[in-house]
Structures are given as structure tokens and as C-alpha cells.
Design a protein around this ligand. Structure first.
Ligand code: ZN
Ligand code: ZN
Length: 466
């Protein structure tokens, strides 16, 4: 039976938009200040979850709210379960919006609202896909659950809680990234390199060194404050340093105290080469001077082993997997204070063939001369679903059929819900020609992308559960 999925979506366009707008109107930013046991991540995410489940219930589906953190809408019959994992929480709006981020507006065939593309729009597309399969009364041999989380943008406690209490899907996808597919996600681990805080003994005595806000971002700003006996020379050299390096900055001298502020370029931590790490540039500059005690060693380590080392070659950690790509390292947060000591937070995204334990042991051995201690964060293992898995093949086939474009497997350094299932991937809803506005001001979803994605999801889900 040949089904015209596009036509079925077109017939439900108004209803789809109305339901999506209902969810987009809810400010579902996580709010820990208002969290209670009844609302574990605040009132907004819970309200959005309830509203989504209410739509499923209205349409006659079995729905379930699991601890006000996650929930599902289920369809079909059979032992096997397919999961479609989306989320209704959103990141804070930030500044720079031309319209109210929680009053969706359709303008120039684009839906503007916080969450339109991440991830309320794609989640609603996936829901309507399931609804179309049900409306058409197509025979299915498996069950499918639209599983909705409320804490994707922070700690994932929604899905953790859900999977502790509910059945683990046998396979599935998350509509929270890009087409054609993301079937590989690198592992993610941070190592904290810690120094003691001795600063005595040099011509320069460090008062503080700080750079970076988060482990998964390249530091845009860095600041060093120190007492100096060679301020004049440092000031002279600093302007030459600025001329020869892709950073900007200021240097202030007050008595014998020098303050340097450096500005680089932020980037996502999974793409350190896309940024300019203000922290490593500043430490490398300061490494040219005599800093006493641990502070001097702190700068030397950064200059010799971290600066511009996006693939951690000098630490002996570089590794490239032919399918998942290379290991990357981002030095995301730097702090040094005489009383407390120093820390460098190194965030790694690594392919299969590398282990977190191996990274820790090798780093420890390589840096032993510095007298540092190394501590490892909790992490995520690499996740990969082979290209010949029927799930990947089916999803790529459907994508090719609908777009006329070639579907290829792809790995990324970020993480989506897809990794929660052994046979789980991310699938849409951004197309290769879409403009990615996720997490930005004036976030939008192109109406055409919403409709195209809905048709693809309907076709793909049906192929996988029929
Ligand atoms: Zn998302
Ligand atoms: Zn997001």
C-alpha cells in the first residue's frame, strides 16, 4: 500500500500548529528556585509535560506521567517497544529577541519561539507522525512510545528517572539533532588537574588566574592578577604578544600589581578548534616570566601540554577512529588562588578505542613531573549503532526517499537521548539546508521543515513497527 505521507501531514497542518503553539506558550525553563518534590525541575517543565500528555489523551492514546519528570504516549501492540525520545524543557531565553519568546508567531513561514526547533517542534512532529499511523488504521506488530522528558537541557534526571521506572525501549531515535542521522556519539569525560597553591620565590607572585565558565565551552575570557618586579618589561611584551596572536586584551599596572585581561573566542567544547582559548593564550604568555612556586609550574604545564592541543597529542592521548573521528580536548575552566591552589578542567570527547580510565592513567603519568593530582568526573561512554543495523538503514532509506538526498552515517561529540538506548540514534529535525538557531535569540523552526520532518517520521516509524 502506497501512502502519501505528505498529504496526510498537510491535512493535519492546522491542528499540528495549534497543538505546537499550546506547548510553545509554556515557559518551561528549568527553575530550581521553585522546585519541589512535586515539581522536581520547577513548574514550567511540569506544565509543558502535562499539556503534551493531555493532547495525547484527548486524541485517545494511552498516556502516563512518570513522577512529573517524564511521560509517554503509547500506541500499537506487540512485545517489542520502539522509543521516540523528545523533550519539552528549554534553555533560558537570554537577550536579543525581536518577539516574545513564549508567544509563538508564524512569520515568513517560520515559527519563532523558544523551543520551536529544540525540541518542542520536532517532538510535536514525532507525535503527529504516530497519530497519522493510528488515524490510518495501519497494521502494526510493535508498540511505539513518544517519551517526553523535562530536563534534557540540564542533568537528564527526567530520563534517568523514567528508565528506572519504565520499560527500556528496544530501539528508537531522538528527534533532537540533525538529519540524515547521528548514529555515533563520542564519550565524554573531564579530568581535573590540581596544583598546590605555593606562589613564593619568583620575580612575579600570582594573586589569581581565572578563565572559562563551563567545561563544555572554550573560555572566551581570562584574567590574571599578580605582583611583579618586571611590570615594565611585561607591559612592553604584552602588546607585541597581542599583535602576534588572535586575541585581544588589556593590561593595567597599579604600583607593583599587574592585571591582564584577555579575550579569545568561545565555542562549544566539542569543537575546541572552533574557538580561541583565552586561558591557554594568557598562561602561555605568562610562562615567559618567572612566577614562583606552583604558579610557575601551572603556567608551564598549560603552555607545554594544553595550549592549541585540541587533539591532546602532547599528552599522548590523540586517537582517531575511522568512523567516529578524533578525540578532542577542551580546557574549559581555569582557576588559581594562592590559598586554594590551581585547577585546570580538561573536557574530552573520545571515540571508541579509548577509555576514560586510560585517559586518566596516561595523563597522570605524563604530568607526574609537575607534582599534580588528577581527578576524573563521572562520564559518558562512546555510543555507536553500526551503519548496517536495520534501524540505521531504515531511517536513512526513508530520509533518502523523502528528500532525494544521500543519507550518510555521522558521529558527533555532543550527546542526545539517542544514546540512552543500545540501538538508539538521533534523527532530525534539522535538514542539511536548515538554519540552526537552537539556544539562540529568535529561535525558529521553518514551517516547511516541520511538515517535511513529520512526514519522514511517520513513514520511518511505520516502517519500523509494521
Ligand atoms: Zn534538545
Ligand atoms: Zn538544547
Amino acid at each position: 500500500m502506497e501512502i502519501n505521507w505528505k498529504k496526510e501531514v498537510e491535512a493535519r497542518k492546522e491542528a499540528l500548529l495549534e497543538d505546537l503553539f499550546t506547548i510553545l506558550r509554556i515557559d518551561s525553563v528549568r527553575d530550581d528556585a521553585k522546585a519541589t518534590p512535586e515539581m522536581p525541575v520547577g513548574p514550567g517543565p511540569k506544565e509543558a509535560l502535562e499539556a503534551f500528555l493531555a493532547i495525547g489523551k484527548r486524541d485517545g492514546f494511552v498516556t502516563k506521567n512518570v513522577g512529573n519528570l517524564a511521560g509517554h504516549i503509547e500506541y500499537g501492540e506487540g512485545d517489542e517497544l520502539m522509543g521516540v525520545l523528545g523533550h519539552v524543557d528549554v534553555v533560558p531565553t537570554g537577550t536579543g529577541w525581536d518577539t516574545d519568546p513564549f508567544e509563538p508567531i508564524l512569520k515568513d513561514d517560520r515559527i519563532y519561539a523558544r523551543g520551536s526547533s529544540d525540541d518542542k517542534g520536532p517532538s510535536m512532529a514525532a507525535y503527529y507522525a504516530i497519530k497519522i499511523i493510528r488515524d490510518l488504521g495501519l497494521p502494526v506488530s510493535k508498540r511505539v512510545r513518544m517519551i517526553i522528558g523535562t530536563d534534557e537541557e540540564s542533568g537528564w534526571q527526567c530520563m534517568t528517572h523514567y528508565l528506572q521506572h519504565e520499560e527500556m525501549p528496544d530501539f528508537g531515535f531522538s528527534p533532537d539533532a540533525d538529519f540524515p542521522i547521528i548514529n555515533g556519539e563520542k564519550g565524554n569525560i573531564s579530568l581535573y588537574v590540581r596544583f598546590r597553591g605555593d606562589v613564593a620565590g619568583g620575580k612575579n607572585e600570582l594573586i589569581s588566574f581565572d578563565a572559562g565558565l563551563r567545561e563544555n565551552m572554550v573560555p572566551q575570557d581570562a584574567t590574571a592578577i599578580f605582583k611583579s618586579q618586571e611590570a615594565e618589561q611585561i607591559e612592553k611584551d604584552f602588546f607585541e604578544f597581542l599583535e602576534n596572536n588572535p586575541v585581544t586584551g588589556t593590561l593595567d599596572v597599579e604600583g607593583d600589581q599587574v592585571t591582564i585581561q584577555l579575550v579569545g573566542k568561545a565555542s562549544h567544547g566539542m569543537n575546541p578548534a572552533g574557538g580561541r582559548n583565552a586561558g591557554t593564550y594568557l598562561a602561555t604568555f605568562l610562562n615567559n616570566y618567572s612566577f614562583g612556586g606552583d604558579a610557575g609550574e601551572y603556567f608551564r604545564l598549560i603552555a607545554e601540554y594544553i595550549h592549541l592541543e585540541h587533539t591532546a597529542e602532547k599528552l599522548g592521548l590523540s586517537h582517531t577512529d575511522p568512523v567516529m573521528g578524533e578525540l578532542t580536548m577542551n580546557a574549559g575552566v581555569f582557576t588559581f588562588a594562592p590559598e586554594v591552589g590551581g585547577t585546570i578542567a580538561l573536557n574530552f570527547r573520545y571515540p571508541v578505542g579509548v577509555t576514560a580510565e586510560g585517559l586518566e592513567i596516561k595523563t597522570e603519568a605524563m604530568l607526574s613531573e609537575f607534582g599534580v593530582t588528577i581527578e576524573k568526573s563521572a562520564g559518558k561512554l562512546p555510543h555507536y549503532v553500526p551503519a548496517d543495523d536495520p534501524l540505521v538503514k531504515t531511517l536513512l532509506d526513508v530520509y533518502e526517499k523523502h528528500t532525494g538526498l544521500k543519507g550518510k552515517e555521522r558521529s558527533i561529540g555532543g550527546g542526545t537521548y539517542g544514546r540512552l538506548m543500545e540501538r538508539g540514534v538521533a534523527y532530525g529535525a534539522l535538514f542539511p539546508d536548515s538554519i540552526d538557531t537552537m539556544h539562540q535569540a529568535n529561535e525558529f523552526l521553518a514551517l516547511d521543515d516541520l511538515l517535511r520532518a513529520t512526514a519522514i517520521y511517520a513513514d520511518a516509524i511505520y516502517e519500523l513497527i509494521k
